[in-house]
Design a protein around this ligand. Structure first.
Ligand SMILES: *[C@@H]1O[C@H](CO)[C@@H](O)[C@H](O)[C@H]1NC(C)=O
Ligand SMILES: *[C@@H]1O[C@H](CO)[C@@H](O)[C@H](O)[C@H]1NC(C)=O
Ligand SMILES: *[C@@H]1O[C@H](CO)[C@@H](O)[C@H](O)[C@H]1NC(C)=O
Ligand SMILES: *[C@@H]1O[C@H](CO)[C@@H](O)[C@H](O)[C@H]1NC(C)=O
Ligand SMILES: *[C@@H]1O[C@H](CO)[C@@H](O)[C@H](O)[C@H]1NC(C)=O
Length: 355
């Protein structure tokens, strides 16, 4: 059921062969893309189209969110499959009147993109052991962004409660906290190893929905603007220090934003001061690969009249909770601060950046 449109393959190949990654020394994006291609070629579900019948047959289901999802899936079936151009040309700017305080069924009632994030790699900057917390900014500046994720089980098509979703992204000038590495801000600043900025974990509620308060991510050379997400299944919270205990990781993915939203955010400070080169969605190989089978772009509204007044965004993510994946953390964070893992992070993305 999984196939690639020839145009997509050509695009992905040209992206990574003609534009070697410069941002993450030691991070081989070509390898990351190859890894994802192998996953996509397997029999795993790469979208939620198979859920249409299940969702349709639940006549008693009064939740408008799911009705909207059926509608969406029918539309999707009509067009056979999504492709990269489709996602790239979709405007995710919603005209729905929702705010971060809107009830779950209102937020997810509209054309929420109904997606499965195929298994992807964690990139070179995953830090394990982070805190369960809603506000992941640690007071750092940027355009306020609150985003909701709804987690759907691709095997049952039902929302999954109690999933611990971890999110991490760079700050408004394109630097990740928690990792000291060349290509990631000032590598002479050893204290960044203990910096928890823009990293955190939230549990999904009975509707499979969770919420983070953060700022719009910045950008760094070689990648378009994105947020990493990872799903922990059967984990519990260690109340003593608000970290996770037990469970397994079933999913790693990346979420993206409309290009026009990125352009708007990048026009205000501190984003505008970022001197790293800006890669467009259209040129990002990982965006292309995710967008080939799903819509990994967050829907959003402006909370005020302009971007600096803040954003609310949301997306539906399909996962198989029984899947087990074992990402490699560049750094393990714990009671002794951040400790670099000798084996390095990034998994298929290669060793952590150095030098
Ligand atoms: C939102 O936009 C769609 C398509 O542009 C339009 O059909 C719909 O009426 C709009 N809804 C509202 C509430 O403005
Ligand atoms: C949902 O998306 C479809 C296809 O893009 C569109 O025709 C429809 O008007 C949208 N519905 C709403 C409620 O926005
Ligand atoms: C982003 O993080 C780096 C490293 O901590 C820091 O030097 C930089 O000032 C931060 N950017 C902003 C806008 O705070
Ligand atoms: C939280 O507690 C666990 C268990 O004692 C410990 O292993 C971990 O390092 C602690 N994490 C932090 C950030 O203190
Ligand atoms: C990181 O935090 C730990 C625990 O508080 C501390 O021992 C260590 O010196 C810190 N490392 C740096 C580089 O600041």
């Amino acid at each position: 059921m999984v196939y690639f449109a020839p145009s997509f393959i050509a695009l992905a190949a040209s992206v990574f062969f003609s534009a070697p990654a410069v941002a993450h020394p030691g991070h081989d994006i070509a390898e990351e893309i190859a890894e994802r291609a192998a996953y996509l070629a397997s029999d795993s579900y790469t979208d939620l189209a198979h859920c249409a019948e299940t969702l349709k047959s639940r006549q008693a289901d009064l939740i408008s969110r799911r009705k909207a999802m059926v509608q969406h899936l029918r539309t999707k079936r009509g067009i056979v499959k999504r492709d990269f151009e489709d996602v790239l040309n979709t405007d995710h700017h919603s005209n729905a009147s929702v705010t971060p305080d809107s009830p779950d069924d209102v937020v997810f009632a509209g054309n929420a993109s109904c997606i499965l994030q195929p298994e992807t790699t964690e990139g070179p900057y995953w830090v394990s052991g982070e805190y369960v917390r809603q506000d992941i900014t640690d007071g750092n500046p940027g355009v306020p962004l609150t985003f909701d994720i709804q987690v759907i089980d691709t095997t049952t098509c039902e929302p999954i409660p109690q999933v611990a979703v971890e999110a991490w992204h760079c700050n408004s000038t394109g630097v990740y906290g928690g990792v000291v590495a060349g290509g990631n801000g000032n590598s002479a600043d050893a204290s960044n190893i203990n910096n928890t900025m823009f990293r955190g974990i939230q549990f999904s509620n009975e509707n499979g929905i969770l919420q983070f308060d953060t700022t719009f991510p910045g950008h760094y050379s070689g990648r378009t603007t994105h947020i990493h997400v990872l799903a922990h299944i059967d984990s519990t919270i260690n109340e003593q220090n608000q970290t996770l205990t037990g469970g397994h990781i079933s999913h790693v993915g990346q979420l993206f934003f409309d290009q026009k939203l990125i352009t708007d955010a990048e026009s205000v400070e501190p984003y505008a001061s970022n001197t790293q080169s800006l890669m467009l969605n259209a040129n990002d190989g990982i965006f292309a690969q995710e967008a080939a089978t799903s819509d990994p772009v967050l829907n959003y509204v402006y909370l005020g009249d302009s971007v600096d007044e803040g954003l609310f965004a949301w997306v539906t993510v399909g996962i198989d909770p029984n899947a087990v994946t074992e990402p490699h953390a560049a750094v393990s964070f714990g009671e002794n601060g951040g400790v670099v893992n000798p084996g390095g992070g990034g998994g298929p993305g290669g060793p952590p950046p150095s030098g």
